[in-house]
Design a protein around this ligand. Structure first.
Ligand code: NAP
Length: 326
């Protein structure tokens, strides 16, 4: 299957490197706003086709596209490729507004195409094992999900620049970036909460640098935190009356164990590499494309969860006063 890429940052390189390990995906075209950058990136990756014009790629013979541009551009780019009969794997958050996501899901469905939000944890073989292990914790009363990662662009922000990741024009900020990785597991493990309370620390740009959300369920509270100005050291936890699940790296679903109240311990998941994480994600994308009938239900569930997450984040953003220009 031949795919094009949009965006030439490190995450695109990581996707290409991981996809290469599968032997089923071939890089067929590179897009960059700068033709020289496209040529350089393509040649580094053994690809002969480099463009600075998206329409040309959308009309070309590629089967699919991997989109890793700033968030606010995903919707139009995905729509362009879907309307030219190409499958789409799109970096998170797939789009900004739930209506946009519904439209892309419908467009893909009507044209027999796959539209998939790239969420690595959903494609890890251990996903079901981890969910099943929750029943061994007894009655779960509390969970704390955190993803705090010091941003490589934080110093530039402190120096008075406005990197894309902190620019509301690109629908960016901590909640749209790291927030996706704490909301996904909350909804995957526990479903949608009855009530949400959210506060964020806003930058002068209007984007958030960190946030805290309380998800209220009938039988439990889940606290979600994320920051781009600091690093967490304690990871995430799910607390039951028989034991506590500790999760070192939530977005990877790695370093997971249970400590029971009687002092015994169980290891559920060890370490995983980023290459494996992204290769698993790319493998599922290929599977969805190759076997639409066999994967229809799985894809529908993934798209339903994707929509639930986006609706939830939209509610959290409104509570926190995070506003993006149209
Ligand atoms: N799954 C993950 O672990 C993960 C990790 C990082 C990022 N992401 C997601 O990947 C996407 C890209 O994130 P990023 O941090 O790589 O973003 P970025 O560096 O700001 O931009 C990504 C690419 O988009 C193009 N671009 C940059 N500024 C642009 C502008 N003003 N207008 C149009 N195109 C522009 C650039 O490519 P050209 O200059 O070549 O056009 C750049 O390489 C985001 O949706 C992010 O959430 C996911």
């Amino acid at each position: 299957m031949k795919y094009a890429i949009i965006g030439t940052s490190w995450i695109t390189q990581a996707f290409i490197d991981s996809a290469n390990t599968l032997g089923e995906l071939t890089l067929g075209a590179v897009y960059s706003r700068s033709l020289s950058r496209a040529v350089e990136f393509a040649s580094k990756n053994g690809c002969d086709y480099a463009y600075d014009d998206l329409d040309t790629i959308a009309r070309s013979g590629v089967d699919a596209v991997y989109i890793a541009s700033p968030n606010s551009l995903h919707y139009e780019q995905a729509k362009l490729f879907l309307s030219h009969g190409k499958h789409v794997i799109c970096e998170k958050p797939a789009v900004v507004r739930p209506e946009q996501l519904l439209e892309l899901h419908d467009l893909a469905h009507e044209n027999g195409l796959v539209f998939m939000e790239a969420i690595m944890m959903l494609h890890q073989p251990c996903l079901k094992t981890v969910k099943d292990a929750l029943s061994r914790l007894g009655r779960i009363d509390t969970a704390r999900f955190d993803f705090s990662q010091y941003s490589s662009r934080y110093q530039a922000l402190m120096d008075g620049e406005l990197p894309n990741i902190f620019n509301p024009r690109f629908a960016a900020g901590c909640m749209m970036d790291l927030g996706v990785y704490v909301v996904y597991p909350a909804l995957y493990f526990f479903g949608r909460p009855r009530e949400i309370v959210t506060r964020a620390r806003l930058l002068s740009s209007g984007a958030d640098i960190s946030f805290t959300s309380l998800f209220v369920y009938d039988d439990k509270h889940v606290v979600l935190t994320a920051s781009k100005a600091s690093e967490d050291r304690i990871g995430s936890e799910i607390l039951g009356d028989k034991g506590t699940m500790t999760i070192r790296t939530l977005f990877e679903l790695s370093g997971i164990g249970i400590e029971y109240l009687d002092g015994s311990r169980e290891t559920i998941v060890g370490d995983v590499t980023r290459e494996t994480l992204m290769a698993n994600e790319a493998r599922d994308f290929v599977r969805y494309v190759r076997d639409p009938a066999g994967c229809a239900e799985e894809l529908r569930r993934a798209q339903r969860l994707s929509l639930d997450v986006l609706e939830t984040i939209t509610q959290m953003r409104a509570q926190a006063g995070i506003v993006f220009p149209e």
